[in-house]
Design a protein around this ligand. Sequence first.
Ligand code: ASP
Length: 412
Amino acid sequence: MKNIKLHWQILIAMVLGIIFALIFKEQTVYVQPLGDIFMRLLKMVIVPLIFSSITFGVAGLDTKSLGRLGLKTFGYYALTSFIAIIIGLSLANIIQPGMGVQLSDSTEAFDVSKLTTPSSLGGIIYRMIPTNPVSAAAGGDVLGLIFFSIALGLAITLLDSKRKEPLLKFFDSFFHAMMKLTQLIIRLAPIGVFGLITKAVTNTGFELFKAIGMYMITIAIGLSFHIFIILPLIFYIFTRINPIHHFKAMASAMAMAFSTSSSGATLPVTMDCVENKVGASNRITSFVLPLGATINMDGTALYECAGALFIAQILGLDLSLTMQITVVITAFLASVGAAAIPSAGLVMIFIVLNSIGLGDHPEVAIIVGTMLAVDRPLDMFRTMVNVFSDSVGTAIIAKSEGENDLYPETLK
Ligand code: ASP
């Protein structure tokens, strides 16, 4: 096993997990803890990793390049998210997956009350500022944590060098210790993924997929188009490097995004791939990736838009142009606000629905319940797209900042 590359090990573990789940069904409860333990280990490093990497990343920048980096980063996030949304919008209008959908008896099985509806759009922006950074960290409020880490990093850049140096050294070592810990955990990935996949296969029935098959196909086509055509194209335009190198470099992170359905849990692996395989500097990765994992979600953005139109179609509504534009904008905000955890995107769809007055429609809860039931495979795919987009952005920005020795393993 040692000589096989990690992403192949993960892939083999996935296939074995599927086979195992199909053969042993009930007995899978015995291996599922492997996945849970692995997820706990990954989650364990997220808060200190984000805190140390962003603070160190920002503190190490000079104020001039911070503005430039920020502009490029947010420009990239907005560009790719809106392209993704337009793809979702177009496909939902062309394929019209919600036409003729019968939501049958199976819908009652899902407890929609479990979904927590996000209150408002303003809330997302408001929420970014933590009243207490320690409780933000303890409560897993990643957006708040990022806000505080950037603010602290900025403050450090403004210190005189006598005070600044020891702090920089401290965060440098702390960050690298976290990366080391992460790498140790990642070695367990094949075992963890085996457990995760078994669980996913056992818990999701196949009948439901058929009921809303067209909806799933629409999303899958959109996501494929974005990850295999649009993002590689953008990558090539800005870097002039063959995108294959990037796909190869990111293989482990992709496999991890797919099996955990969480950009947050994948972040340690994403950072590892981008620093070691893509070869981008820590200065860029530590700024672009944690932020991207939290707010740049192309897959989720596409999904919010197509999903909301799907619901409107089932309800027999023909959305006007203004309403569709509202959907586009709120889909973007919903993707920014979605947490980097499994199924977060589905919950955020209420924000989009509220904006066009559908939030309280009596049938919406049932439809969303059904969507929840088939959400896992879509979530796996959109998380991959989310993570891939962050990594492409990092590579593009690294290149634009004059880093020319990228992809040291494959590009000579
Ligand atoms: N699971 C996705 C992620 O972590 C978010 C979503 O549900 O769309 O990136």
